[in-house]
Design a protein around this ligand. Structure first.
Ligand code: CA
Length: 223
């Protein structure tokens, strides 16, 4: 397991590097955001530990640049208690989790391990419902083994319904989980998207059921 640590305060970075190495990780350590980002682009890391305030390029910018370059390595952000860290903005920039300084080394370790586990699990995950297979990490959907081209929202609805395993999901809940907060909740957008989704993968309406007054659910297709 290889980690990238970008932290300009050496009194934090150096002991952290030593601690993580003792736990069996290989740790590349840089103190400059721009330099660290360059390393992240040419090496494969299992997790990036990224300080928020950095010379060269700040943590949020580094995370955003990596995501823009389709680098999916999990990012754990280090923030200081004295600075206002906007969690939402952090997630939007591509940070997967954050830890506030001063932190317990043990806690940091657990967060890193959780991020690595989540990431490796996700890459191999396949969701199934009837004759449909969904690979979330690759945004691939197949029907009877043939790839189907879905829009992002169609994909989001399908994935969300399958993950909810037969529980009826309301339109409001779908709006909340699949659309961004800008969506107008009075539009027919969920209905319209369900319709086009069904046309593509479920023309018989046997997979995605409409539950009167409750929303939509994936039919019980297990034999
Ligand atoms: Ca700093």
């Amino acid at each position: 397991m290889k980690l990238l640590l970008i932290e300009d305060e050496e009194q934090i970075g150096l002991p952290l590097k030593r601690f993580l190495e003792k736990q069996g990780f290989a740790v590349d350590y840089y103190t400059d955001g721009a330099v660290g980002q360059k390393e992240a682009q040419v090496n494969a890391y299992d997790c990036i530990i990224l300080d928020l305030n950095l010379p060269g390029k700040d943590g949020l910018e580094v995370a955003a640049s990596l995501r823009k370059a389709e680098n999916t390595t999990p990012v754990l952000m280090l923030t200081a208690r004295s600075q206002q860290y906007d969690k939402i903005s952090g997630f939007e920039h591509g940070a997967d989790d954050y830890v506030t300084k001063p932190f317990h080394l043990k806690e940091l370790l657990l967060r890193i391990q959780a991020l690595i586990r989540r990431n490796s699990h996700d890459r191999r995950e396949v969701l199934r419902a009837g004759n449909i297979e969904v690979i979330p990490a690759q945004r691939v959907v197949t029907r009877n083994g043939t790839a189907v081209d879905l829009t992002a929202k169609e994909f989001g609805i399908l994935e969300y319904l399958i993950r909810n395993g037969g529980r009826p999901v309301s339109q409001e809940e779908l709006l909340e989980h699949v659309w961004d907060s800008e969506v107008d909740s009075f539009t027919q957008t969920v209905k319209t998207t369900i319709k086009t989704l069904r046309q593509k993968i479920d023309p018989q309406k046997s997979l995605i059921e409409t539950v009167r007054g409750a929303g939509y659910r994936i039919a019980n297709t297990s034999p």
